[in-house]
Structures are given as C-alpha cells and as structure tokens.
Ligand binder design. Structure first.
Ligand SMILES: [Zn+2]
Length: 298
C-alpha cells in the first residue's frame, strides 16, 4: 500500500509512505506506485501512531439506563445496576455492544485496547464473548483482556476459582478490586492472591485500587510492596487510586517512596472519576439534615 502526501511529525513537507506486509517499507518525498499497488492520497493529513485506550469495560459498554438510570451517580450504585444487567447477558449481546464501541474507537485512531471483563459470573459469558471477539478482530485491533472481579475475589462465592478459570480460558491480565471487598483484610488477601496468580501464570496485573473517597483505603501500598518483592515492577498497573486524594500528607509522602521503588504503572481515568467521586453525603449532612438552617459563623 502506498500512502501519498502525508505530514509526518515535525516535518513541513509531505512524504509518501509505503507499507508492505503490515510494516513501513519506505518513507520518501515521492514514491512511484508499483504495479497493482493500492494508492491512497491523504492530501497532507497528519500521520500518527495508533492511540492506546488503557482502561475500558467492553462488557458493560452502551448499557446506560439498563435496567435503570444511575440517579445517584455514585460508583457503588453503578456497580449495583450493572449487577442486575449482568443477569441478562448473552454472548451475542456482549459482542454486539463491544463491536460498536471498538468501531467508534477505531475511527478515533485507537488500535490498542485494554478492557476489563467482569468475571464474577459463574458462566463467564462476557469473558468468552470478548475472547471470541479478540480473535475475530485481531487484524484491526489489539485487544487485551483483564480478568476483573467486579464483586470481589474474597467477597463473591468461588471468587478465587473464577479468577483462575478466567486466566486459564485466556485472560491476558489479572485484575482486582480490594477496596470493594467486605473487609480490609479481605482486600489485602485479594491482592496477595491476585499477585500470586499473575506470578504463577506469567500474566500482567491491573487492579482497580482504592477507587473510593475513603482515606483509610490503603491497598495500594500492598500492591506496590508485592510488585517490589516479587520483582514484577512495571508488569503491574494500579487503576484509579483516588483514595490518595484523601490521604494525609505524612502518609502520602511515605507512600510515594514505595511507589517509585516499585516501578508500577498508573491509569488514572480522570473522566470517570470526576463524575463518580465526592458524591457520598458527609455523615454530618446525612445525620443532621437541618444543619444548613443553623446560624453560620460570622
Ligand atoms: Zn474500570
């Protein structure tokens, strides 16, 4: 394939680019089309490497309002509503919605996608659908799938078995959600479990970690320590980590030393958390609804 009149990075003049067997074969000011070669003139448009979407949930994509709208706008209500929608999943349903979203991504130049997939479902319907889709679309998108325990590993029946089964069926990355587990101790244990699973099966790690406005949610230190001690380093990613915004300065300062040593990656998801964060009423406002009518200090 010959692409003519391309603007490349930091160059004022256009170039022609030849692609042979999926690789750049030649870049020059003017290349002569070969016999039978497909030629596209892009009239001076800019050529960029494909973009990466490092955090999406293709199993739950395009389900807003099903079976109800998230009126509170909180993450935990979103999880509850998804829990109901999850009961009605079929492979075709997941594939149709995920394909629609992937097509939108492609039109925006995204060709590398990491999708979390809820595996707290005894049938693993969504995982199987997305594994099939990953195979079907491999020529146009590089799809990486995270075994994501939406309802917890320790707090969901057979959570550990489902995580291991998901990895055996082909998940590329091991996920987690320690702040959502029923107890802090379950949260810690879930991190130990998932890091061990990733280590044993030679998988990457990407954990939804401390996505809550609770300053006492401190699973990130456990994830980072495990990454350091197992020497998994940048094979490990922490997603969200919004509790960090509520930590006190002394703790955060100490934590940053560990985070740097551990070399883990972060995916921050600002567009998601700007909507989901800070929505829980303060206890005083909830307990004392008449507070606003009290005289304000001068
Ligand atoms: Zn997520």
């Amino acid at each position: 394939m010959l692409i003519q009149n391309v603007h490349l990075d930091n160059q004022s003049e256009t170039s022609d680019v030849r692609v042979t067997d999926g690789k750049f074969a030649a870049i020059a000011p003017h290349l002569t089309p070969q016999a039978g070669e497909e030629v596209i003139d892009v009239h001076g448009n800019l050529m960029l490497p494909p973009f990466v979407d490092s955090h999406v949930h293709l199993d739950s994509t395009l389900t807003a309002g099903q079976p109800e709208w998230n009126e509170s706008g909180t993450l935990f209500d979103g999880i509850r509503i998804w829990g109901e929608r999850k009961q009605t999943l079929t492979k075709q349903d997941v594939k149709d919605r995920a394909t629609q979203s992937i097509r939108k991504m492609l039109t925006h130049g995204i060709q590398h996608v990491r999708s979390h997939v809820d595996v707290t479902d005894p049938s693993l319907t969504a995982l199987q659908a997305l594994l099939e889709l990953k195979h079907d679309l491999k020529e146009i998108v590089d799809l990486q799938l995270v075994a994501f325990p939406q309802d917890g590993i320790l707090s969901f029946p057979h959570g550990k078995e489902l995580m291991e089964q998901a990895v055996k069926e082909g998940a590329d990355v091991v996920g987690g959600i320690p702040h959502f587990e029923n107890t802090t101790e379950y949260g810690w244990e879930s991190v130990h479990f998932l890091m061990d699973l990733a280590d044993r099966y030679d998988k990457l790690v990407d954990v939804h970690c401390d996505e809550i406005d609770d300053p006492a949610s401190r699973h990130l230190e456990v994830l980072a320590t495990e990454s350091l001690e197992r020497q998994l380093f940048d094979r490990v990613t922490a997603s969200h980590t919004t509790a960090m915004g509520s930590y006190n300065d002394a703790y955060t300062y100490k934590l940053f030393k560990l985070l740097k040593q551990s070399q883990i990656n972060f995916v921050t998801n600002p567009l998601v958390n700007v909507h989901l964060g800070g929505l829980i009423p303060t206890p005083s406002a909830a307990v004392l609804p008449g507070l606003k009518s009290l005289p304000q200090p001068a």
